[in-house]
Design a protein around this ligand. Sequence first.
Ligand SMILES: *Cc1c(COP(=O)(O)O)cnc(C)c1O
Length: 427
Amino acid sequence: MSDSKSSALFERAQRVVPGGVNSPVRAFRAVGGSPVFIAKASGAYLFGESGERFTDYVGSWGPMVFGHTHPKVVAAIEKAVKNGLSFGAPTALEVEFAERVTALYPSIEMMRAVSSGTEATMAALRVARGFTKRDVIVKFEGCYHGHADFLLVQAGSGAATFGTPDSAGVPEAFARLTTVLPYNDIDALRALFESRGKEIAAVIVEPVVGNMGCIAPVPGFLEEIIALCKKHGAVSIFDEVMTGSRVARGGMQARAGLVPDMTCLGKVIGGGLPLAVYGGRREIMQQLAPIGPVYQAGTLSGNPIAVSAGLAAIELLDDALYERLEAASARLERGLNDAIKSTGASACVQRCGSMLTLFFAPGPIRNWSDAKQCDTKRFGRWHAAMLQQGEYWPPSQFEAAFVSGAHTDEDIDRTIRAAEKALRESA
Ligand SMILES: *Cc1c(COP(=O)(O)O)cnc(C)c1O
């Protein structure tokens, strides 16, 4: 559907960048289209290279919780830029940022700032392994934790099988140290700890999944992860790179009233700049160099521009924002459900706060085996029909859509009408 400027840019891009994109899902392959090149963004809207406007439900894949180019974030960045771009030396800004983050997330007694969510999860697991002096990590099928070798492991038929790599270039030997369980399967988790509890360094989980579409944890699932880790001397890690300050100011852990051993943050916490965080219990984080034996470093870690954006973002996370997010997201959920009913589509909506997925399956979707039943072809047709109407929805069935504080009721209602039309057209 893409315009002529985007098509021309995509042509050029494909000659010099693999697939024409710097991150695979941007290529629109999962929906059979080709990407719109974005020239600028403001509030709830993206503007393509040809000037067309889209209502944005991707929000840069999560960071834009209050909408694009918020004046306070932009002003903080402009101010920081004038003082220097990077020093490779500590700054007051970093201290303030760490103080604000640790206050927001009680599970984080100490933290490190890094530049991406991938770095955060990778480093968190290294510290967990250093702390426990164990090698095996446990993840859940369909959860995405960035692209570190030992986390690109997803497959695994049935419970507690040894991992097999999900990407070429990941050695079997690395993948073997990652055990994959079905999401929301408390019994499988108990059985694994019963048999191999002494080998397990850490369990890493998306406390609400966004990366196979929006899937909430069943009651007791997150609690059991924390309890089993505690009992067996393993480290529980909530990867809140997506959910942090998205489903609630203090993330899913605040919503659920839980305190994991470690937490990873990214996306919202960086206000749209490359900034992420990992942290946790003091005795675990004290394993890090220069005070401990676990090495982790970064030339641009805690970059003053990024940290300034993060601080401005944290400043904006007030009650009014979360009330607005809930109201707008609930409105969208209701409208989509009505559209499903009126069109008789075989689909369901799952939502947690301002994360939401329209699954083309009757639902409920509780794990990856449920998710993969979805009619992805129909999703592709629905997506194209949405884009045609100026609605920029994530270009994959298995991604969460994000509502921002900048979406008005009129935006939401327009999206609902477009979604209903797209449901009819994609049938
Ligand atoms: C996006 C994401 C990551 C990876 O973050 P990047 O900044 O893309 O490296 C890790 N975990 C979760 C849950 C994510 O949603």
